[in-house]
Design a protein around this ligand. Sequence first.
Ligand code: HEC
Length: 134
Amino acid sequence: MKTITVKFMLVLFTAFLMFFFAYGQEVAEWIVPDKYKEMKSPVDASDANLETGKMLYKKHCKSCHGDEGLGDGSKSETLESFCGDFSSDEFQAQSDGALYFKTTDGRDEMPSFKQKIADEDDRWCVVLYMRTFN
Ligand code: HEC
């Protein structure tokens, strides 16, 4: 009788642990400061700006985020975190300023592009290009 109870407790405990880890994997929300949320893009959606955004995306972002922004770039397999799906409603519902903030500051495995794409307008062009994945 006693061993059965112990086994039962072990099963219960294992189930609890699995549950705990499954939820622990959920990515913490990425808080965007209000200042950025409300920021308006200074660049218009011209062909030239889109072309600049595309060129920069292919150079700096594609390796992780993939050709179509699905998070399936060649480098994505070596990452611990998922890069996100740029074609999702959830992603596209974010403001331009939010995407600009995340691109600029980065966090964890997502690099900061403040220096690598030093020109602010260039970073806004990349935001423009990310809108084409919807
Ligand atoms: C080394 C791989 C890597 C590169 C290169 C990279 N990213 Fe990311 N990116 C990530 C990862 C990983 C995340 C998820 C980070 C998180 O949620 O903590 C992410 C998240 C993001 C997000 C937020 C996604 C969301 O769902 O809100 C944006 C926006 C973004 N990246 C834009 C870019 C842009 C633009 C570039 C190129 C200028 C770029 N990234 C280059 C790995 C990368």
